[in-house]
Design a protein around this ligand. Structure first.
Ligand code: NAP
Length: 350
């Protein structure tokens, strides 16, 4: 059996305490932030195990003031684990989640593999926390570009019923994991030095460039990343009639995805009302003063759990349209924060 580390926690009397938890993909870009979040929050568990591939098995991770050894992912790793938070490639999640569920371990999964499975709840705790009640062992967290978009949509949908969304994303390289971060940093250095650099995560150079393709061609000229935004949004809001037109673009920004959104509602919502609705929504922060040059930017939002909204204005081209700019840390609310919030829901629900 893979080993673990003992830890004592303070917790509230009625909360469930997971005896033993695991972070699967602990060495990745998202796994790194999940570790930080578990250190920041007093999450109730007694033992923690870090799992990854054979490439990093045996390497050391600093956590809660101690050095821990990364274990290789294998079915037996879940023998005594109650909760696994997974952030691995899709094909790895496809394999490991059943190993865990067979051993009575609940999986909160970041990958895209399980999200659209009808038996698997797809959860953003601020929107559909009740979906967790129906899990059969696996709970999915949405794609990073979906999560910030749906959180921004939530107060407008509640107030005026959203009919249509046109969204263009400006997605950071950390969205493609540690290799994506490396491609931007080393590609930029090489470009400035006049050297060649061959990207590993991207099909084209990302330094000083934009790539208007994220994922593979999927449906009617849309990519897999774009279709995730459509299908996941409809699942989270349980409304297949919601119309969404996404364009996903990779940009040379290390961290934080930005989205330009145009939202059409059945009932008109003024820019002032929208500003108040956003400001009153847990998880959203408004930064919106064009005269003063204040709006959300990736460099200001990195490391924060919130979804930031600014440039709020009424659409000049449609009756009930509202345009705004939305930025969020894709590794935090777009991934680790949302997964840890789902795990916290499980704790609170006992
Ligand atoms: N990055 C984001 O903004 C973001 C946001 C939302 C969701 N996600 C999803 O989260 C998942 C992880 O993304 P990431 O950005 O963290 O990727 P990453 O930086 O490439 O990390 C991948 C992790 O999975 C592990 N892994 C890979 N192959 C494995 C195998 N065969 N067996 C066991 N572990 C294996 C890696 O371990 P090694 O170090 O040993 O290779 C690493 O810990 C992906 O499904 C991604 O779509 C990412």
């Amino acid at each position: 059996m893979c080993g673990g580390v003992q830890r004592k926690n303070q917790f509230w009397e009625n909360d469930r305490v997971f005896e033993s938890i695991a972070i699967v993909g602990a060495t990745g870009a998202v796994g790194r932030i999940i570790r930080q979040m578990l250190e920041e929050h007093d999450f109730p568990y007694q033992k923690i195990t870090f799992l990854a591939s054979s490439r990093s098995a045996g390497s050391k991770i600093a956590f809660a003031g101690q050095q821990h050894t990364v274990q290789q992912l294998c079915p037996e790793a879940f023998d005594s684990i109650d909760l696994a938070i997974g952030s691995t490639p899709d094909e790895v999640a496809a394999e490991f989640a059943p190993w865990a569920v067979e051993r009575d371990c609940i999986v909160v999964d970041e990958s895209g593999y399980w999200r659209m499975d009808p038996k698997v709840p797809l959860v953003v705790p601020e929107i559909n926390p009740e979906a967790v009640d129906h899990h059969q062992g696996i709970i999915s967290s949405p794609n990073c570009s979906t999560t910030q978009m749906v959180l921004a949509m939530k107060p407008l949908h509640d107030a005026g019923t959203i009919r249509r969304v046109v969204v263009s994303t400006y997605q950071a390289t950390s969205g493609a994991g540690v290799v994506g971060e490396k491609d931007l940093q080393e590609g930029s250095r090489a470009a400035l030095d006049g050297q060649e650099y061959s990207c590993q995560a991207f099909a084209h150079p990302i330094a000083f460039n934009l790539i208007p393709q994220i994922g593979s061609p999927k449906h009617a000229g849309y990519t897999s990343e774009e279709m995730k935004m459509v299908h996941e949004t409809q699942k989270i809001f349980a409304d297949k009639s919601m119309r969404i037109c996404p364009t996903c673009v990779r940009v040379p920004v290390v961290n934080c995805h930005s989205e330009s959104m145009l939202v059409e509602t059945e009932k008109k919502i003024s820019a002032d009302t929208a500003r108040k609705l956003f400001a009153a929504t847990p998880g959203i922060k408004v930064v919106d003063d064009l005269e003063a040059g204040k709006y959300p930017m990736p460099s200001d939002c990195s490391g924060d759990d919130a979804v930031f909204i600014g440039r709020i204005r009424e659409d000049l081209s449609s009756e009930n349209g509202l345009a705004f700019w939305c930025v969020s840390d894709n590794l935090r609310k777009g991934a680790a924060t949302n997964a840890v919030q789902i795990a916290q829901l499980l704790v609170r629900k006992g």
